[in-house]
Design a protein around this ligand. Structure first.
Ligand SMILES: [Zn+2]
Ligand SMILES: [Zn+2]
Length: 380
């Protein structure tokens, strides 16, 4: 992932206008070719990942369109450390379970998966954030590098099976000769034995370590999302694939914003006079703040849409939702003498006939007006 990336179409060996069926066929062919259980070349696992990544993008119409337009740059912020899949999106394992009849996960003694829960703020979820996780996991032993022998001592070919890992036993029976092949009991099928076991791991090849790793939480992530970081689970010992790391994301509530899809929602207060006359208010946004125009005659509950100020679509940092500002028209609770006088005049101009100058009876500074109370006598 650090070197320059190959074109996804080249990786799968398909034309840009190939059909989804062609993509699937090409993927299957390449995946079978580089699957680490079949292909023992050193770079097979990297090639396999590359094929998987290319297919995940090209088989998803939205991501494909984005790739066609922006190339690998379209996935910035997403192609960071090791995210090769999202749950429910066709992760590594899912695809192969369907192609290989579910046999891949159990095929080798693979390291255990790890689960990790982290909580992030609403705003970090919107824009993505790097997070350091502290894992306590089985890793390849640092002293023997997983080969189980004390450094300086030899790992030798197993004398029982001569490095084959298998033994054949020939049985003569009444019906004839039978040959049975079993895992070598001396080396447990490894083909090699250790003269002096590594002191640090007692010859297991693995040890438990506390390890800090940084993961990049992608922009637009939702509460409850499960991210998969391949190969960051526990070591399965020398020659075996590591388990995966599952990161469960919890998103905290925000004081100002809530989320609906990729839109952010908020409410803003507008003074009733401004609601009547129109004006400008400043509202908070995920990026800072912005002025919005209040049109004359605005009613409480009206909504103003600020385009592209919402949450980025996951996997597409240049597409964002909108911000919806619901306006709440507020009536002033305190008025000074001049403001009262102005409103009284205003009331008269609307024909709201005055009942009393100063009610002072807890019914509000405005006093009571006949047409407000018409047919409403039980209110006190
Ligand atoms: Zn060791
Ligand atoms: Zn053996």
């Amino acid at each position: 992932m650090t070197t320059s990336k190959r074109d996804y179409y080249d990786v799968l060996g398909v034309a840009r206008d190939a059909t989804p069926e062609d993509f699937k066929k090409a993927f299957r062919k390449q995946a079978l070719k580089f699957h680490p259980d079949r292909n023992k070349e050193a770079d097979a696992s990297d090639r396999f990942k590359e094929v998987n990544e290319a297919y995940q993008v090209l088989s998803d119409p939205q991501r494909k369109a984005q790739y066609d337009q922006f190339g690998h740059a379209g996935f910035n912020g997403q192609s960071g450390r090791g995210f090769e899949g999202f749950e429910g999106f066709g992760g590594f394992g899912d695809i192969f379970d369907s192609f290989f009849g579910g046999s891949t996960r159990q095929a080798s003694s693979r390291g255990a998966d790890l689960e990790f829960q982290i909580n992030i703020s609403f705003r970090d979820a919107a824009f993505g954030v790097p997070r350091e996780l502290e894992l306590n996991r089985m890793e390849r032993c640092g002293r023997c590098d997983g080969n189980r022998a004390e450094p300086g001592t030899d790992v030798v070919e197993c004398s029982t099976c001569h490095g084959e890992g298998k033994v054949r036993r020939t049985q003569r029976t009444f019906f004839g000769q039978f040959q049975q092949v079993t895992a070598c009991p001396t080396c447990q099928g490894e083909g090699q034995t250790v003269k002096t076991a590594c002191k640090q791991c007692s010859g297991h090849g693995t040890e438990r370590n506390s390890r800090k790793i940084e993961v990049k939480i992608p922009a637009g992530v939702e509460h409850g999302t499960k991210l998969i970081v391949h190969g960051e689970g526990e070591s399965g010992g020398a020659g075996n694939r590591n388990g995966d790391l599952y990161v469960h994301i919890g998103v905290e509530r925000d004081k100002v914003f809530s989320r609906r899809g990729n839109d952010v929602l908020m409410t803003a207060e507008v003074n009733m006079v401004m609601a009547a006359l129109g004006g400008i208010i400043n509202v908070e946004t995920l990026d800072g703040s912005t002025d919005i125009e209040i049109k004359p005659g605005t009613q409480s509950g009206a909504t103003i849409r600020i385009k592209e100020a919402g949450i980025p679509h996951m996997g597409s940092s240049n597409r964002r939702g909108d911000q919806l500002v619901e306006l709440n028209v507020v009536t002033p609770r305190k008025l000074d003498d001049r403001q009262k006088e102005l409103l009284h005049d205003l009331a008269e101009s609307f024909g709201l006939e005055r009942i009393s100058e100063n009610s002072g009876s807890g019914h509000g500074l405005f006093g009571r007006f006949k047409d407000v109370l018409r047919g409403d006598d039980d209110q006190s």
